[in-house]
Design a protein around this ligand. Structure first.
Ligand code: KG4
Ligand code: ZN
Length: 346
C-alpha cells in the first residue's frame, strides 16, 4: 500500500510516496531558505505564499518520481497523510487544503499527523529493525522534546523546552554573530575550526525535571560578546565561541537523554528533528551508545529536517491502528491546529 505524505508546517514544502509504511519511493523537499535568509528567520506570510506556489508541482513530482499518476490516488495510493500541527497556521493551511482536496476528489483516506510524531518515526524509514519501545529526542527549530514511544501511537511525554528550542538557540546565536540563517548548519561547520573547551558556557541540565531551557545559555553567549567584543568573520575568537556553544548544547542534550534512558530502562534511543543533523550531537550519541551498550538510531541528515516521508510513515501506523471503517474520513471536519499537542491514538 502506498501513502502520499504532505508536509508544510514551516518553511519546507514536501510530498512523499512511502510503501508499506517504511520504504521511501519518493521524497521531494522544496526549501524556502533562500526566501527567509535575508530576514534571519522564517517570515510566516512569505512562507504560506511560497507553499501555495510550490505545493502543486511538489505533489506532482512525488507522484511521478514514484511512477504514479493522479488517478492512482484513492486506488494504489490508499491514503493521504498530512501535517495538521503544530506549525505556522498559514503554512499548515496550504498542506491541509491540498490533502483534503485530493482526498475528497479521489476518495482516498485522510490521516492527520502531528508534526512531532513525524520526527519520532523518521528513523523507522531507514532502520527496519526499529520498533517501540524507544526513547526519542526531537530537537528542531521549534521543539526540544523527550518522548517515550511505548508503542506506535502510544506516547509518554517526559519534558520539553521551557523557552528557546535547541535549534532556535542555534539560530539566535548565529544571528548575534552575524552568521547566515539557518544558524545550525553554519555553527556546526565553523565549530570544527574552534576549541570547544576554550569558553566554559553553562550546561543547563536542570536536575529533577526532564524539561530543557536554552535561553540562559544564549544569554551567556550574548554576555561573552558584550564583554569581549563581536569577533571578526573568520577569526579564531568566532570559531571558539561557536565550538564552545555547540559543546554546551551537545552535552546538555546528551546527558539528559541518556539519563532518561537509564531511568526508564529503555535500550533504544532515537534522534529526530533538524538539530539531529548536528555532527557534534551525532558523535556524542554514538560515543554514549558505545559506552552504555544502548542502540542509537540516527536518521540520515535529509530525514532529520522536515520532510513528508516521515509524515507518511507516521500516517501508515496511525491508519493501521485505526479500527476498520472508523475515522480518517475525507468528509470529517478537520480543524487547523497551529499549537497541537502530541496525543495517543485511540
Ligand atoms: O526540523 P526542522 O527542519 O524544522 C523545524 O521543525 O523547526 O529544524 C530546523 C532547525 C533550525 O533551527 C536549524 O538551525 C537546525 O534545525 N539545524 C541544525 C543543523 N541543521 C539544521 N542545528 C544544528 N546543527 C545542524 N547541522
Ligand atoms: Zn520539524
Amino acid at each position: 500500500m502506498f501513502i502520499l505524505g504532505i508536509e508544510t508546517s514551516c518553511d519546507e514544502t514536501s510530498a512523499s510516496i512511502v510503501r508499506g509504511g517504511r520504504k521511501i519511493i519518493s521524497n521531494i523537499v522544496s526549501s524556502q531558505t533562500a526566501i527567509h535568509k535575508k530576514y534571519s528567520g522564517v517570515v510566516p506570510e512569505l512562507a504560506s505564499r511560497a507553499h501555495l506556489e510550490n505545493i502543486n508541482w511538489v505533489v506532482s513530482a512525488a507522484l511521478s518520481q514514484a511512477g504514479l499518476k493522479m488517478r492512482d490516488i484513492g486506488k494504489r495510493v490508499a491514503a493521504i497523510s498530512y501535517t495538521r500541527g503544530p506549525g505556522l497556521a498559514g503554512s499548515l493551511l496550504v498542506g491541509q487544503v491540498a490533502a483534503q482536496t485530493l482526498s475528497f476528489m479521489r476518495g482516498a483516506r485522510l490521516i492527520d499527523v502531528n508534526h512531532i510524531e513525524g520526527h519520532l518515526y523518521a528513523a523507522c524509514l531507514e532502520r527496519k529493525d526499529l520498533r517501540p519501545p524507544y526513547l526519542s529526542l526531537v530537537v528542531s527549530g521549534g521543539h526540544t522534546e523527550l518522548i517515550i514511544v511505548r508503542d506506535f501511537g502510544k506516547y509518554e511525554y517526559l519534558g520539553g523546552t521551557r523557552d528557546d528550542a535547541a535549534g532556535e538557540a542555534y539560530d539566535k546565536v548565529a544571528k548575534l554573530l552575524n552568521l547566515e540563517y539557518p544558524g545550525g548548519p553554519v555553527i556546526d561547520a565553523i565549530s570544527k575550526k574552534g576549541d570547544p573547551e576554550s569558553i566554559r558556557f553553562p550546561r543547563p541540565l536542570m536536575p529533577g525535571t526532564w524539561d530543557f531551557s536554552f535561553s540562559g545559555l544564549k544569554t551567556s553567549v550574548v554576555n561573552h560578546v558584550k564583554n569581549n567584543g563581536l569577533p571578526g568573520p573568520d577569526s579564531k575568537a568566532l570559531f571558539n565561541i561557536c565550538a564552545s556553544f555547540q559543546a554546551a548544547v551537545t552535552e546538555t542534550l546528551t546527558e539528559k537523554t541518556f539519563s532518561a534512558a537509564k531511568h526508564f530502562k529503555l535500550r533504544k534511543v532515537v534522534l529526530g528533528g533538524g538539530v539531529a543533523a548536528n555532527s557534534s550531537l551525532r558523535k556524542a550519541f554514538l560515543k554514549r551508545a558505545a559506552e552504555t551498550g544502548l542502540d542509537v538510531f540516527l536518521p540520515s541528515r535529509a530525514l532529520c529536517t522536515d520532510n513528508a516521508a516521515m509524515i507518511a510513515c507516521a500516517g501508515y501506523y496511525k491508519l493501521k491502528k485505526s479500527r476498520a471503517g472508523k475515522g480518517f474520513s475525507c468528509l470529517k471536519a478537520q480543524k487547523i491546529e497551529p499549537s497541537m499537542k502530541i496525543r495517543n491514538w485511540h
